[in-house]
Structure formats: C-alpha cells, structure tokens
Ligand binder design. Structure first.
Ligand code: KG4
Length: 333
C-alpha cells in the first residue's frame, strides 16, 4: 500500500510517500523562510499563494523520488487542521480534487496527530505515552493510548513556545525564524544571569502561558535602554530559554506522574532545541522515564508524519467524505 502524505498547514509545502505504513520512500519540502523573513513572521496571504505554486511540483517530486506514479497510490492523506485556513485549503483541496478525479481514497489528518506519532516512524515506542508537542503554532501535552486515541491534557493559553522564541528574537533584532537564533546565541550566555518569570497558573493545571516571560524580556530591554545600560544579548537569550525549558519540562513530567506513565515523547519544531532535549533527558533519567525524540527532519513540519497518521486513521475510519472542511484549531482529545 502506497500512502501519499501532504502537509501545508503553515509556511512549508511538504509531501512524502510511505509504503505499508512503515517504509518511508520519499519526503520533500519547500520552505518559505525567504519570503516571510523580511516581515519577521508568517504572512498568511503570501503563504497560501506560495503553497498554490508549490503543491503540484512538490507532490510530483515526492512521487518521482519514491519511484512510483500517481496511479500506484492507494491513499492520499492531507493535513486538515489546525493551521492557517488559507494554507490548509491549498493542500486539502488539492488532495480532494486528485481523489475525486482518480478514485484514490483520501483522508484528512490532524497536524498534531502527525507530530505526536512521527517518532513511531523510526523508533519502537509502547502505548500509552505522554507527548509534549511544541512548535510555532502550538504547545500541548497529550496522553496517547493508541494510533487514534489522544487525550489533550494541557495546552498554551496564549503564545506557543516557538512563537515566544520568534517574538523574543524579533525584539532582540535576531533573524527569522527566531528559535534557532535565540538558541544559538544562548549558547554563549548564562541561563542563570536573569531570573525571568515562570507562569505556573492554578495548582495542578498542565496548561502553559508564555506571554508573561516574553513581556518580561521586553521590560528588561526597555529598562536597560532607559538607563543607557548595554544589553547582554547572550544572557537574555539563555535566561529566556531557561525559563521556557524549565516550565515545559516541569509540566511534561508532572503529566507523566499524574497519568502513571513512564514513556515520554517529544515533537514539533521547538524539539530541535538542544537545551530542551538535554533538560528533558536529565529529568527523565532521574525519574526513571524513557524519552523518545524523533530526528530533526521529523520534528519540523513534514509530509511523512501526515502519511503515517493518515494510514492509521484510514484503518479505523476509511475514506473521508468530500464535504469535509479544514479547521484552524485542533480537534484532538
Ligand atoms: O513545527 P514547526 O516546524 O512549524 C510550525 O509550527 O509552523 O516549528 C517551527 C517553530 C518556530 O517557531 C521556530 O522558531 C521553532 O520551531 N524552532 C526552535 C528551534 N528550532 C526551531 N525554537 C527553539 N529552539 C530551536 N532550536
């Protein structure tokens, strides 16, 4: 069985071909970083226009690299949400039209399910597990009992972790996308230099809030500028990163403890952050938990995770109706 996976939820157009739910034959991606970098963030209208130009060449390239023709495909899986509506509509409508014309079944997949399951493409992980998914659009903790069984335990109430990294980068005049630049600059700084606040919310809550730490960085910069004091950018980056990593790690381990689960999974673009990987690893080892982290190409948005999640959803539900539509907020759990 050949599964074509298509992803267009934000600013990357991606496609992949998966065979029999376990062998990845191709995975290609076209990034739009050069378009959005001069605006310091994703411009939705520009993103959807570029998806329109890219979608057919990217799908053709994925089929070509997998050495198969469209007629060989048995299932088209595509991201249905969450994400930018205009961007999602390009991949979803493309998949529907190809399915309608060829008769190949199609299925819409939740982007979060893709991130949660991506590690299973390359590692053996036993259910149930607790997953921390952190990206530019989301920060959530899930309990996962099977390929189609997700329970949302915690989510961000304002900014996503990656969004906070990107906004802090912007106010420090670092290039876009900011996460990797803040993280690289933090490597030359001291994470204990400035004590930025950790939002702990109500007792027992597994939700996150990152707008406070972002504002604290802004206030720190403004106060120093008013006093004509020089800013120590590496220390600001390291201390900000420390605050975000601390709260992500604390809540994820708390979730595992409350659920009585000893297997943890990390996913989403921010999981490329070395400090986060290192801190989670240290805390998991100390608590006797197993941590599974996918390789970097599976952490960021990609078509392979959509093909994989789509394959398992199709086993459960079969072909999707053509009147299904995209959505902007995750419907998982
Ligand atoms: O999952 P992803 O590729 O896509 C979207 O959410 O669209 O995640 C991208 C996010 C961006 O906010 C980016 O700044 C962040 O992940 N990111 C990082 C790092 N690498 C990427 N954040 C912190 N440290 C990193 N090393």
């Amino acid at each position: 069985m050949y599964i074509l996976g298509i992803e267009s939820s934000c600013d990357d157009t991606a496609a992949a071909v998966l065979k029999d739910g376990d062998t990845l034959l191709s995975s290609v991606l076209s990034s739009q970083d050069e378009i959005h970098s001069r605006f310091g963030g994703v411009v939705p209208e520009l993103a959807s226009r570029r998806h329109l130009e890219n979608i057919h060449p990217i799908v053709s390239k994925a089929l070509h690299e997998a050495n198969i023709a469209l007629d060989d495909v048995n299932l088209i899986a595509t991201t249905q949400g969450p994400g930018l509506i205009g961007s999602l509509l390009v991949g979803f409508s493309y998949a529907k039209s190809v399915s309608y014309r060829t008769g190949i079944p199609f299925i819409g997949v939740d982007h979060m399910a893709g991130h949660i399951l991506s590690v299973l493409l390359e590692q053996q992980v036993e259910f149930p597990f607790v997953a921390l998914i952190v990206s530019g659009g989301t920060s959530s903790i899930f309990r996962v009992d099977g390929y189609n069984e997700f329970q949302h335990l915690g989510r961000t109430r304002d900014d996503a972790a990656g969004e906070a990294f990107d906004k802090v980068a912007k106010l420090l005049n670092l290039p876009y996308p900011g996460g990797p630049h803040v993280s690289a600059t933090a490597g030359n700084g001291n994470g204990s230099a400035i004590r930025f606040p950790r939002a702990r919310l109500e007792e027992g809550s597994l939700d996150f809030s990152f707008s406070g730490v972002k504002t604290a960085v802004l206030n720190h910069c403004n106060q120093h500028k008013q006093k004509n004091q020089e800013l120590h950018i590496p220390n600001i980056c390291a201390s900000f990163q420390e605050a975000v990593v601390d709260i992500l790690a604390e809540k994820t381990l708390k979730a595992a403890e409350l659920q009585g689960i000893k297997t943890l999974v990390l996913g989403g673009g921010v999981s490329a952050n070395n400090r986060l990987r290192q801190e989670l690893k240290t805390r998991c080892t100390k608590a006797g938990y197993n941590l599974h982290v996918p390789s970097p190409s599976l952490c960021t948005d990609n078509g392979a995770m959509i093909a994989f999640a789509g394959y398992h959803k199709f086993q459960l539900l079969g072909q999707m109706e053509y009147d299904e539509d995209v959505y902007s907020r995750s419907i998982l759990g």
